[in-house]
Design a protein around this ligand. Structure first.
Ligand code: MN
Ligand code: MN
Length: 324
């Protein structure tokens, strides 16, 4: 235990533009000190086209100074439910992908052993693979594979690019192959955009992953889609991953693989809130690329969605602590 006060700095005492830019102006902490560890993974070595997400965690930290304490719609105050702190960045090597996969997995295994649930900001989407390895592979959270709610314009279940099987287009195929995710408890929401090969969705289809393309989302609406998503993952341990490119590029241009015709920020907020009460073991928000975000708007959007994600993760963590 610790005598730290795990509350955001009081904006009536220290103005939001002052002080050190930790996530949400929370104290720097070790995973042992907190229930929810806010972590950055500043790595874009899995990017196949437009890079820059290595700068995501720092910029989201900066813009997250705008985050306040109480959710306006749900009334949830995550900082009153659980201890939350900024646990810094996972160790990465920008020149060595394989070493980074190992060091990030090792970091997240440490987070789990400390009893904390991670809320991560990337980084490109490859980082979700070592996060899942760290959380799931050591059997601390669950004996078997976990479920996944996956917001993304892309399925990220391709086999390889440039002869390399580890990049931001492949993490969920690898995670299924490695037994980290149960494909029958996986749902991908917001898929769209032309693909380079008609066979690109074959793996996901054959594995039984539920793919909800944007056309189906528009037809059915957020509530209906999320009711199905909740039924797919059920009450068993589940991870949630949010690729910022699921949003329309008019809301989030600062990303490497923008696809027009995407979700509004309001739809995304509503769907995250509809994931309340699930058994979440961790969440992440990836693919924010500040060099493509001259207005800073994508990073502000990411910081705000991070608060939405924190609220539902805090409720999950609190519910596990007091069963029933
Ligand atoms: Mn992705
Ligand atoms: Mn994507």
């Amino acid at each position: 235990m610790t005598d730290k006060d795990f509350q955001p700095l009081d904006s009536g005492v220290v103005p939001r533009f002052a002080g050190m830019p930790t996530f949400m102006r929370l104290p720097v902490a070790t995973p042992e000190e907190v229930d929810i560890a806010l972590v950055g993974v500043p790595f874009d070595g899995g990017t196949t086209n437009r890079p820059g997400t290595r700068h995501g965690p720092r910029e989201v930290r900066n813009q997250s100074s705008i985050v306040r304490r109480v959710h306006h719609a749900t009334g949830v105050s995550p900082f009153d439910l659980v201890r939350v702190g900024d646990c810094g960045d996972a160790p990465i090597n920008p020149l060595n992908l394989n070493e980074t996969l190992e060091s990030v997995a090792g970091f997240y295994a440490g987070v789990r052993r400390a009893g904390a649930a991670p809320l991560t900001v990337g980084g490109d989407h490859l980082i979700t693979l070592p996060i899942l390895r760290g959380l799931v592979a050591d059997g601390l959270v669950t004996d078997g594979p976990v479920g996944l709610i996956h917001f993304d314009a892309h399925s990220d279940t391709y086999d390889s690019f440039f002869g390399n099987r580890y990049n931001h287009g492949t993490p969920f195929r690898r995670a299924v192959e490695e037994g980290l995710l149960d494909p029958r408890r996986m749902v991908q929401i917001g898929l769209r955009g032309a693909i380079s090969d008609a066979a690109n969705y074959d793996f996901a289809k054959a594995a039984g992953i539920r793919m909800i393309f944007i056309e189906e989302f528009v037809e059915r609406g957020a509530k209906d889609v999320m009711e199905e998503a909740r039924a797919i993952v059920g009450s068993q341990p589940t991870y949630l991953t949010f690729d910022i490119d699921v949003l329309d590029p008019c809301f989030a241009p600062g990303t490497g693989t923008p696809e027009i015709g995407g979700l509004t920020t309001r739809e995304a907020q509503a769907m995250i809130r509809m994931a309340r009460g699930l058994n979440l073991i961790g969440v992440d928000l990836v693919e924010v690329s500040p060099p493509f975000d001259p207005s800073g708007g994508t990073a502000i959007t990411a910081a705000t969605l991070m608060f939405e994600l924190l609220c539902i993760l805090a409720e999950s963590v609190a519910a596990r602590r007091t069963p029933g």
